[in-house]
Design a protein around this ligand. Structure first.
Ligand SMILES: NC(=O)c1ccc[n+]([C@@H]2O[C@H](COP(=O)([O-])OP(=O)(O)OC[C@H]3O[C@@H](n4cnc5c(N)ncnc54)[C@H](OP(=O)(O)O)[C@@H]3O)[C@@H](O)[C@H]2O)c1
Length: 308
């Protein structure tokens, strides 16, 4: 019997326990799933970085740590973790991110705020068509590519930026430091879907924000440290940027006295863009345990040197 330890906040257990049991059955795996085991018995750890488990040293027979979060920045630096680490790529989470990003892009594109602000008078206006509104996505991984596809389908010209060179149908792709300026220079709306790594921190700063056309909008469902907070506020205050929608922050929950809360050109959402969905995520975990048991390569393996 395979022994899998569920190490996440206790409130996650009621949703994950039945989802994991049915995914294991579906995959033909006999798994003893618990929230406590003697560490030396554990074969796999199903893990959330905010769990109490932070010292992996005693888990000597563990074959892999299977993260239920997409972001891994809170665990990549853990020196006690020597086992393979897999991040979560969950079809349910991806769909949620596509919906959230598309909704916030359309809010800006259609100027829905203007409609809401003029409810007391007849004041028609014509927004441009999507094909006239260039959008740039920073990060062309699982989530960036899914959002790019959805926005392309609506008609937006989409550019994307990644670390390594890519060719993706229908997208203008840029990469590396040299490609960032080109990716930003046409963007009326920028979406950040990068991981938090030493290379991506403060990527949007006073210098790079200046590459954007005047009046650009920013949507950040990636991670808070991707943006230099003070540079963002300065660019909004001086009119270089029109608005920002931020789902993620350096400190979460966002402290009550943080200037983002009261800023008239910032919308704060409480890290709700895309949560892992237990039913679909459980299948990904079951598939990785199946792979671990058959010596097949794990899916979504994190490169700890790279940080994502
Ligand atoms: N707000 C929420 O609710 C929520 C939910 C889920 C995820 N997230 C965030 O979204 C992030 C992205 O998720 P994902 O699943 O799409 O990750 P992913 O598949 O690992 O993709 C990451 C993308 O970022 C690019 N990248 C990484 N470092 C870079 C650098 N230094 N320069 C340029 N590009 C770089 C990668 O380039 P390559 O393709 O060249 O490797 C890749 O395209 C997560 O890390 C997490 O922080 C937020």
């Amino acid at each position: 019997m395979i022994k899998a330890l569920f190490a996440a906040r206790p409130e996650r257990w009621p949703a994950y326990e039945p989802a994991l049991h049915s995914a294991f059955t579906e995959a033909g795996l006999a798994v003893d799933l618990r929230t406590d085991f003697a560490p030396e018995e554990v074969d796999y750890i199903i893990y959330a970085p905010n769990s109490d488990l932070q010292d992996f040293t005693p888990y000597r027979r563990c074959k892999a740590v299977l993260n239920i979060w997409a972001g891994v920045e809170r665990i990549t630096g853990n020196q006690t973790l020597t086992q393979p680490l897999c991040r979560m790529v969950d079809p349910g989470l991806t769909q949620a991110m596509v919906e959230w990003v598309t909704g916030h892009v359309l809010r800006y594109h259609l100027d829905i705020d203007r409609t809401l602000a003029t409810q007391d008078r007849w004041q028609p206006f014509t927004p441009p068509l999507a094909e006239e509104r260039p959008v740039t996505i920073l990060g062309l991984g699982a989530l960036g590519q899914a959002c790019a596809k959805s926005l392309r389908q609506i008609g937006f010209p989409v550019s994307g930026w990644s670390r390594t060179e890519k060719q993706i149908d229908g997208l203008s792709c840029y990469h590396g430091d040299a490609g960032l300026k080109a990716a930003l220079s046409t963007a009326e709306i920028v979406i950040l879907l990068l991981p938090d790594t030493p290379e991506t921190q403060n990527l949007l700063n006073a210098e790079t924000l200046a590459h954007l056309p005047k009046g650009a909008r920013i949507i950040n469902p990636g991670r808070g440290p991707l943006i230099d907070d003070a540079a963002l506020i300065a660019a909004l205050d001086n009119g270089a940027l029109a608005h920002a929608t931020l789902d993620v922050f350096r400190i979460e929950p966002l402290p009550a006295d943080h200037p983002f809360w009261a800023h008239p050109k910032i919308t704060v959402t409480p890290h709700i863009a895309a949560e892992t969905r237990p039913l679909t995520a459980a299948r990904v975990i079951a598939e990785n345990i199946r792979r671990g048991e058959t010596q097949a390569p794990f899916l979504h393996l994190v490169d700890r040197q790279r940080g994502y």
